[in-house]
Design a protein around this ligand. Structure first.
Ligand SMILES: [Zn+2]
Ligand SMILES: [Zn+2]
Length: 236
């Protein structure tokens, strides 16, 4: 290899999508260092918690349908900015970047005893899929294709819901009710549902409820999200 090729190989070829500095990846290391990661979370819904607790108040009152939830980041700052870019700006390079992290997270979960037979990404309604052109959650699972089966066919989103972002918790539950449908009962024992953001958990809860009600073979239905938003008081 000539000296120019060697120099070209060692120079960043792109700019960081957040700070525009030269970077080897779509997000530079210094921006990635700003991702907010809370270590201690509710074992049931992954809400950040005070060190001394295992479950949040909401889960102690009413536990969600899914069994355990896991997440990578807090939905804030740089992470929230990147997820919006991925979802609404068609920046699939961001999804590729996060797909590596999701894959690493699933490896970590498996090392600590959380094994699954299949992954089910949060389905998009076909109208939303047509508008966006891709399901960002499926994109987040691209690097896992060969490691674990990913089922995008068995569960469909049959109701075109309004965006849940501005709704109260009660309105979210009402809006999402009956949104999913199964072609036939799932025969897998251990399922991992995946979504990009969990806020109230209403969508994942409804998805898990639909699957568990109709699939007696399922003994474990966990949830993994790329990020977890903190609920604001008016939404609780
Ligand atoms: Zn940067
Ligand atoms: Zn909780």
């Amino acid at each position: 290899m000539g000296i120019y090729s060697r120099i070209a190989k060692s120079l960043p070829l792109q700019c960081c999508i957040v700070c525009a500095e030269p970077s080897f990846h779509v997000v530079c290391q210094s921006c990635a260092n700003e991702f907010s990661i809370t270590a201690k979370r509710c074992l049931s819904c992954a809400l950040p918690l005070n060190q001394s607790l295992e479950y949040c108040g909401n889960c102690l009152r009413t536990s969600p349908s899914f069994h355990s939830a896991f997440t990578l980041y807090d939905y804030e700052g740089v992470v929230a900015y990147l997820i919006k870019k991925m979802k609404y700006d068609a920046r699939l390079s961001v999804a590729q970047f996060f797909a590596e992290k999701v894959s690493e997270k699933i490896d970590d979960m498996q090392s600590s005893g959380h094994h699954y037979d299949v992954i089910i990404p949060m389905p998009l309604h076909k109208k939303r899929l047509r508008e966006r052109g891709y399901n960002q959650v499926v994109e987040l699972l691209k690097t896992l294709d060969k490691k674990m089966p990913i089922d995008t066919r068995s569960v469909q989103r049959v109701k075109s819901t309004v965006p849940l972002t501005d709704l109260s918790l009660a309105q979210r539950k009402k809006e999402i009710k009956g949104a999913f449908s199964l072609a036939e009962p799932l025969t897998h024992k251990r399922i991992l549902l995946v979504d990009d953001v969990m806020t109230s958990g209403s969508s994942l809860n409804e998805l898990a409820t639909t699957i568990l009600k109709q699939s007696p073979a399922v003994v474990c239905c966990d949830a993994l999200t790329l990020s977890r938003a903190h609920l604001i008081e008016s939404q609780t």
